[in-house]
Design a protein around this ligand. Structure first.
Ligand code: MN
Ligand code: MN
Length: 356
């Protein structure tokens, strides 16, 4: 029945055979993460029948309202991954501090970082949600992980992935050898390789941004979006479509499949927040996947994966997608930084243009 299909388990074993020194612990960990995602997919699919819709009435460490399913999903991740002896610590968007591994289980060499339910405000309106995860190596194998152990740049990730709970459930992941997508076969309960070696299309015709924030944008972002909107009559010489799902996983999946660019840039809405999305739980894993698929991810000022995290719950400006497009946006940030600081009137949106 499955002779012409590869399961996630088979795929991971075949990957591991290419690296004779690999222990297999990483594979066990990834399969435990996949189990958590299957359990979450089931809860999501039951919708109102499962009694898990709606707000929990609590707020997380970031001051955001927690949905019931945020907490259910967080718990499923913790339970699936704390017992196996592969991890020595886990941290998530919903936890203030790392989750201590219970006394009776061994500590391993990996750190697991996750956003258990991404886009959770979409749950009550029955739109796509997802989970995002990232795996790092600890510097202290066998010992309980401290918060500081998780503060590694994204380049150190050994695996990153997301599950998307859409019309079908998928896991898309990378272990540093390209990006591969697996679709859940619900009767078998197995993830089956359906999208090997995903390549992000180089040409972009779509952009995704929350335009309700446009009055807070920096000049570089305003310029980029204005030029997209000007379409074939503007400097870009072609028309763009705009998309916005308000679920990072769904935006990532669309861009991986169909191309384009996503922006949640730094803006002036709340000067205490240098961005909206979280570096550890969202930007780093998505950036690893995007780069492995041939794209690029940036803060607007530099590569996301090179950022040295300072805080578990750090937020960051996040722009990713087709490489050339993201590099153009970086170029606009460089252009307008200088112009803005020296003479505000000489920006593209000001009275005079400096380079006309
Ligand atoms: Mn999220
Ligand atoms: Mn979340």
């Amino acid at each position: 029945m499955l002779t012409d299909r590869t399961t996630l388990t088979q795929f991971l074993i075949e990957e591991r055979r290419r690296y004779p020194g690999a222990s297999g612990e990483l594979n066990s960990l990834i399969l435990d993460v996949a189990l958590a995602c299957k359990a979450i997919a089931k809860r999501v699919a039951y919708g109102a029948l499962g009694g898990v819709l709606g707000a929990e009435g609590t707020t997380n460490v970031q001051g955001e309202t927690q949905q019931k399913l945020d907490l259910v999903a967080n718990d499923l991740f913790l339970r699936a991954n704390e017992w196996g002896g592969q991890v020595c610590g886990m941290v998530s968007e919903e936890l203030e501090a790392p989750h201590p591994i219970p006394e009776n289980y061994p500590r391993g060499k990996y750190l697991l970082v996750f956003d258990p339910l991404d886009g959770s405000s979409n749950i009550d309106v029955n739109l796509s949600v997802g989970s995002i995860f990232s795996i790092l190596r600890t510097t202290n194998p066998g010992a309980d992980a401290a918060a500081a152990d998780f503060l590694q740049p994204g380049t150190e990730q050994v695996c990153a992935g997301y599950a998307i709970y859409g019309p079908s459930t998928m896991i898309v992941l990378t272990v540093g050898t390209g990006v591969h997508g697996f679709t859940l076969e619900p009767q078998l309960g197995e993830f089956i390789l359906t999208h090997p070696s995903i390549q992000l299309p180089a040409a972009a015709n779509e952009f995704a941004i929350n335009a309700s924030n446009s009055r807070f944008w920096e000049p570089a972002v305003t310029r980029y979006v204005d030029e997209c909107l000007a379409g074939s009559t503007g400097p870009r010489g072609k028309d763009f479509n705009m998309r916005w799902v308000a679920s990072l996983v769904a935006e990532t999946h669309r861009i991986l499949t169909r191309g384009g660019v996503f922006l949640y840039p730094r803006d002036t809405k709340d000067p205490t927040k240098p961005g909206r999305l979280r570096l550890l739980y969202e930007a780093n894993p998505v950036s690893f996947i995007i780069e492995q698929a041939g794209g690029y991810a940036s803060t607007g000022r530099g590569r996301i994966l090179d950022v040295a995290p300072e805080d578990l719950h750090q937020r960051i400006a996040f722009i990713f997608g087709a490489r050339e497009e993201v590099e153009l946006i970086e170029q606009y940030h460089r252009d307008h930084n200088v112009v803005e600081r020296d003479a505000p009137l000489y920006s593209t949106r000001g009275l005079f243009r400096t380079n006309g």
